[in-house]
Design a protein around this ligand. Structure first.
Ligand SMILES: Cc1cc2nc3c(=O)[nH]c(=O)nc-3n(C[C@H](O)[C@H](O)[C@H](O)COP(=O)(O)O)c2cc1C
Length: 328
């Protein structure tokens, strides 16, 4: 069974996929499914909810990723997410950081599938949008397929219909979060096996995908792919998503058109007091690998200019690359 909604997703990334980043990514692809950074259920219970949840409607389709392990708190957070207009509520069962483990959520939740099932059930009783889970393929050194199969089976029985699987183990002790995205080996075959064993679930493969050949090959087996670091560091990759995966016959936007499409947003945000840097930092990779791109990056990361400037600095950076002859 194929469900196209998750065919191409941009991964939740703390400190990276904030609303400005997502607004920018949406200028590159209409159809990619975007995810927030992880927002913890306690932060939504005690913190500034609009600051955490506000987004621009054009960011949709958009999923809210939650961190937590208390069913009642998660149900409350999911209810807020639905009220705010998110299209999906996703529970983080993949983050290995020590801080997250102290709050006993993230990847360590995989050791307690019954608790994850209770969390999913509590959220599903509160919201009508899909509740999904993002997880790893195992914990520490275990290669036991039965562990992840039983996790998915238990959580699917609680009503989770979509699983985003980062195809690596999470090592809970001894590796930093960054090392946990690089050192445990990728094992896509585990994700393929999950798709075979749960044919009715939407199974999305994540981890290490970096080129179209691999993506198109994986989409022959799983329902969707999720890309993190490539989408962030080389965002123009996203410009090809709609034509390659969603049958769009519009040509991909040029890089220059993407910068131009950001100008009204930047002007409005800067007028509201958002520092230009908070938006520009996500756009540094747009000219990745393009001649003249260096000057663009230099201008948009010049702390002094960023402090004083508004959208004009983006125009200037664009003019610099255009004059270098890299864009038509
Ligand atoms: C800076 C950074 C922050 C991340 N934050 C989160 C997060 O908040 N929630 C989550 O589920 N995964 C998080 N991840 C993991 C990514 O979602 C993704 O699973 C991982 O980067 C593997 O995909 P990739 O190889 O395409 O980058 C983060 C990754 C990075 C690089």
């Amino acid at each position: 069974m194929r469900n196209l909604s998750h065919r191409f997703c941009v991964a939740p990334m703390m400190d990276w996929t904030d609303r400005h980043c997502r607004y920018f990514h949406r200028r590159l692809s209409r159809h990619a499914r975007l995810y927030t950074e992880m927002i913890t259920a306690p932060a939504l219970k005690h913190g500034d909810v609009p600051r955490h949840l506000d987004f621009d409607p054009s960011e949709q389709p958009l999923a809210l990723q939650l961190g937590g392990s208390d069913p009642a708190d998660l149900a409350h957070a999911a209810m807020l997410g639905e009220r705010w207009g998110y299209d999906e509520i996703n529970l983080n069962c993949g983050c290995p950081s020590e801080r997250v483990q102290t709050g006993s959520f993230g990847a360590c939740l995989m050791a307690d599938p019954g608790l994850v099932a209770r969390c999913v059930r509590a959220m599903r009783e509160t919201v009508t949008v899909p509740v999904t889970v993002k997880h790893r393929i195992g914990l520490d050194a275990s290669q036991d397929y039965g562990f992840v199969r039983d996790f998915v089976g238990t959580v699917a029985d609680a009503g989770c219909g979509a699983f985003i699987v980062h195809a690596r183990n999470a090592v809970l002790r001894g590796l930093s979060p960054k090392e946990n995205r690089e050192i445990p080996p990728l094992r896509y075959e585990v994700v393929h096996r999950l798709k075979r064993d749960f044919p009715h679930a939407t199974i999305v493969l994540n981890g290490g995908l970096a080129d179209w050949r691999a993506i198109e090959q994986e989409l022959g087996t799983v329902d969707g792919v999720m890309l993190g670091r490539i989408a962030y560091h080389d965002p123009y990759f996203l410009a090809h998503v709609d034509a390659r995966l969603f049958g769009s016959d519009e040509p991909p936007p040029t890089r220059a058109a993407v910068v131009e499409a950001m100008l009204p947003y930047v002007t409005a945000q800067v007028a509201r007091g958002t520092p230009l840097r908070a938006i520009a930092r996500h756009m540094l990779g747009l000219y990745h690998g393009v001649s003249g791109g260096r000057r663009y990056r230099q201008l948009l990361s010049d702390a002094r200019r960023l402090k004083e400037a508004g959208a004009g600095l983006l125009r200037e950076a664009l003019a610099e690359v255009e004059n270098s002859g890299s864009e038509p």
